[in-house]
Design a protein around this ligand. Structure first.
Ligand SMILES: [Zn+2]
Length: 322
């Protein structure tokens, strides 16, 4: 079971916000992503609590079956493949004659259509694996402040928050067992997995130059630090962070913000507001990243991932090394 992590776009927008360079449009986008992500994590908790041990749960995956599609959650059980699309909407929603509205105002996005498209791709995938295997899609409204009125046929199975526990406890009770062992089925399914085919946003030069530079405190988000030999001390909140960790964390953040280029000592030197020596930056780069070019124009591969995802073993705790 993979733990859910924020999408690259979400991470990028958060870093842009921390460095004071988010446009109003991106600010709205970030808020929507935060609400959506919180809903998905809440759903994950329910799934961990009430799902069966032997189920395989995949989170935030992309598959390619007659075109790419993203799936919030896919659960493979002994009998069925379940797809969940989690919505953290709040407010009074209605769905009448195929049209959605919220608090009386019409909305264009039809979440049933999105789920139906994803489910079609999953069916295409399963047809190539074993046509007997069934797939089911559900739309989960996870927010307790969500109400829903509807008339007529719904475009998909809908699970409300108050019905979620029961749904998870009973969804796999069909008693049918697949012909294929679950391990084999899962490895066949995994062969359809792809990376997100859409590149994450990156900064253009103008936006990049407008970013706040320096180490962003991992505790309060401030930028003023005293740089000691072995640690950095935040002058806003007093937090101390091992120097190696602070520099590595910042390089990784730079890597997400500028995911369209390699890592170079000089670029990172300026990104850190010249607070850290080029020699120290060089030593961290060569310790943690693979060299693409050496010498005067040395550059390193940019994984474009945050430190906590790339080096999860590096903990938050500051060890007093000095
Ligand atoms: Zn601080």
């Amino acid at each position: 079971m993979n733990k859910r992590i924020k999408t690259m776009e979400h991470q990028w927008l958060e870093l842009m916000e921390a460095r004071g360079a988010l446009s109003a449009e991106d600010q709205r986008k970030l808020e929507a992503l935060e609400i959506g992500f919180a809903g998905e994590c809440a759903f994950d908790d329910w799934m961990d609590r009430y799902g069966e041990e032997q189920w395989r749960v995949y989170r935030d995956i992309w598959i390619d079956a007659g075109g790419p599609t993203q799936l919030d959650t896919m659960v493979v059980t002994e009998s069925t493949v379940f797809i969940f699309d989690v919505k953290n909407y709040s407010g009074d929603y209605t769905y009448m004659n195929g049209r959605w509205s919220v608090n009386g105002r019409p909305i264009i996005k039809d979440v049933f259509v999105q789920l139906k498209r994803s489910l079609e791709k999953v069916h295409l995938m399963l047809r190539q694996i074993d046509p007997v295997i069934q797939a089911e899609g559900s739309l989960v409204f996870i927010n307790e402040h969500f109400s829903f009125r509807t008339e007529g046929e719904l475009g998909a199975q809908v699970v409300m928050r108050h019905g979620l526990k029961k749904y998870l406890q009973t969804m796999d009770e069909s008693g049918v067992t697949m012909r294929m062992p679950i391990d084999m089925l899962c490895s066949r399914i995994e062969s359809f997995f792809i990376d997100n085919p859409y590149p994450p946003p990156a900064c253009d030069d103008d936006t990049y130059f407008s970013l706040k530079k320096g180490v962003c405190c991992c505790s309060c988000g401030g930028f003023r630090h005293a740089v000691m030999r072995y640690y950095l001390k935040c002058l806003e909140c007093g937090n101390q962070e091992a120097k190696e960790r602070a520099v590595l964390r910042s390089i990784c953040e730079y890597g997400v913000l500028r995911n369209d280029r390699n890592l170079k000592v000089r670029d990172i030197y300026f990104y850190l507001n010249k607070m850290i020596s080029e020699r120290h930056i060089q030593s961290i780069l060569s310790k943690y990243f693979s060299a693409v070019a050496r010498g005067r124009y040395a550059s390193y591969e940019n994984p474009g991932r945050l430190m906590k995802n790339l080096f999860p073993e590096i903990t938050c705790k500051f060890k007093n090394e000095g």
